[in-house]
Design a protein around this ligand. Structure first.
Ligand SMILES: [Zn+2]
Ligand SMILES: [Zn+2]
Length: 81
């Protein structure tokens, strides 16, 4: 399941994430920063790291192939970047 990219607003005071700038500014009286997050397609949990979101709900035995040789064995599947 691919993670979903989201643009959220993070309250700088308490680091809570909000879906709109207004919500974030209601949270604490500080200007919120827009931040890019990744939402796990399975459970909807938000992560700052795309890989964390991608592997959030996967079994622990499924991990990224670590070496070029393993990549070749896996059929040279490369993600378009
Ligand atoms: Zn806050
Ligand atoms: Zn998840």
């Amino acid at each position: 399941m691919n993670p979903i990219r989201k643009f959220l607003f993070q309250c700088p005071a308490c680091e809570k994430l909000h879906h709109s700038r207004l919500d974030a500014e209601d949270c604490c009286p500080q200007e919120a920063d827009q931040t890019m997050c990744w939402e796990c397609g399975e459970c909807g949990e938000l992560h700052h790291d795309e890989d964390k979101a991608r592997y959030c709900c996967l079994d622990e035995d499924i991990i990224l192939p670590a070496t070029p040789m393993q990549l070749e064995a896996a059929g040279q599947q490369r993600l378009p970047l």
